[in-house]
Design a protein around this ligand. Structure first.
Ligand code: SAM
Length: 291
């Protein structure tokens, strides 16, 4: 019997008297093709460590454990611990941690595993994310400087569109700039809502975020850059002159000077700026911060 088959999920629910939790975003994959595309898209090698976010009943964990040297899966739901012990019993290279991913020290886990000699290759993060915390999970990993090569994750299609967006469109925003600052982004798969139990209201997509080796733009102060991005998109209908006034305590006149120096029309809006332009503004702001 296949682990991802709807009948297996029903059987597990019956035997463990387990109800799927909507509030924990428990929409389980029932399609082997989707599992293969995530594991193949993650590019897992036989020497790699995979950190999985939210294993559920272990369908991705099982496939990753066949491909990787070691898998560490972080699952918040205590009720799934005995289920995972059963479904992953055939693997001796899997460690399940019952914890909230948002409160988990991933770099600490990577260090522990490296010191224990469980892998010698790269670190790949993977998961079918609980959709209610997609953005905090992604930004948490990136802002804390996760020491991984890539993050291959399924999310709501609308969020994937925002992560991947280029300047000029409605979906382009602070999330696009933030993720693209840290990573290059590629789309691995489109996934229809019909392949989940229970069926969510929206379609999904799998993105691979490959961590950059170095910053794509030169910044005087990274915090000021992100503050400019936040201010700009915080009031996205306003002109840059207005939306950026106040950033780092700068007056409208000072923002006018910054935009002038950067050669950016003050009546433009944040959604038209590319990363280089945000960087030019941020560096001009940083020069005047505290003046
Ligand atoms: N990987 C399984 C699959 O694809 O069928 C389950 C994916 S399901 C969309 C999300 C999983 O994340 C659930 O098992 C849920 O319990 C777990 N989860 C929810 N919030 C979490 C959190 N804060 N930390 C860790 N796991 C969490």
């Amino acid at each position: 019997m296949k682990l991802y088959a709807p009948s297996t999920i029903r059987d597990i629910k019956d035997r463990y008297d387990f109800q799927l939790s909507k509030s924990l975003g428990q929409n389980f994959i029932t399609d082997g093709g989707v599992i293969d595309s995530i594991v193949e898209g993650a590019g897992i090698g036989s020497e790699d460590l995979v950190i999985e976010i939210g294993p559920g009943i272990g369908v991705l964990t099982d496939a990753a454990a066949d491909a990787a040297a070691r898998v560490v899966a972080v699952e918040i739901d205590k009720k799934l611990m005995p289920v995972l012990a059963e479904t992953l019993a055939g693997h001796d290279n899997v460690r399940v941690i019952n914890a909230d991913i948002l409160k988990t020290d991933i770099n600490g886990i990577i260090r522990e595993e490296r010191e224990a000699g469980t892998f010698t290759g790269d670190v790949k993060i993977m998961g079918n994310l609980p959709y209610y915390i997609t953005t905090p999970i992604i930004m948490g990993l990136l802002e804390k400087g996760v020491e991984a090569e890539s993050i291959t994750i399924m999310m709501q299609k609308e969020v994937a569109d925002r992560v991947e967006a280029s300047p000029g469109g409605k979906t382009y925003g602070a999330l696009s700039v933030a993720v693209q600052y840290y990573c290059t982004v590629s789309r691995i798969a489109q996934v229809p809502k019909e392949v989940f139990i229970p069926r969510p209201k929206v379609d999904s997509a799998v993105l691979k975020l490959s961590l950059r080796d170095s910053s794509p733009v030169e910044l005087t102060d990274k915090a000021v850059f992100f503050s400019c991005v936040k201010h700009g998109f915080g009031q996205r209908r306003k002109t840059l002159l207005n939306s950026l006034t106040g950033v780092c305590g700068l007056s409208k006149q000072q923002i006018g000077e910054v935009l002038d120096e950067a050669g950016i029309d003050p009546v433009r809006r944040a959604e038209t700026l590319d990363m280089e332009e945000f960087a030019a503004i941020a560096n001009g702001v940083a020069d005047r911060c505290g003046r």
